[in-house]
Design a protein around this ligand. Structure first.
Ligand SMILES: [Zn+2]
Length: 161
């Protein structure tokens, strides 16, 4: 009986911790604030899974990986302008990759979902999960690789004059 109690307390501690972490994510002060239910109603299931649940799309699954024409990539959830085609490069990973974002457009976090620390890239306006930041980008520019889920982005081609 005593053992059961200890197990119950331990479970309580573990769940408290993860709730506290989730709470921290939710209460960060983003310009666009919606409840998870509101996001769920607005986004497709795939978008919700990636932007709100930090999922990862299958590599080479996004048509945006092949975009080469001039334009802007905005957050699929809130429309925040994040990237432009001129900073996109072919990383060969199968995910849209950029060497930089528009200044101030992103928020950063970190996760250990794969057992090691990774820098997570979030939309600076709504906190939606976009992808991760790596240091193996093109050396001749920033050296950074923003590895982004195409599902988290919408492409807006530049208006032709
Ligand atoms: Zn956003």
């Amino acid at each position: 009986m005593k053992n059961l109690w200890i197990i119950a307390v331990l479970f309580g501690l573990i769940s408290c911790k993860s709730e506290a972490q989730q709470e921290e994510q939710k209460t960060r002060d983003y310009k666009v604030k919606k409840t998870e239910n509101e996001w769920k109603a607005e986004l497709t299931q795939e978008e919700f899974n990636i932007l709100r649940k930090a999922g990862t799309e299958r590599p080479f699954s996004s048509p945006l990986d092949d975009v080469k024409e001039s334009g802007t990539f905005v957050c699929a959830a809130c429309g925040n302008e994040l990237y432009e085609t001129k900073h996109k490069f072919d990383s060969g990973t199968g995910w849209p990759s950029f060497d930089r974002a528009f200044d101030g457009s992103l928020a950063m976090s970190s996760d250990r979902n794969l057992g090691y620390e990774r820098s997570e890239l979030l939309c600076g306006d709504c906190g939606g999960h976009l992808g991760h930041l790596f240091d193996d980008g093109p050396r001749e520019t920033t050296g950074k690789r923003h590895c982004i889920n195409g599902v988290a982005l919408k492409f807006i081609p530049k208006q032709k004059k």
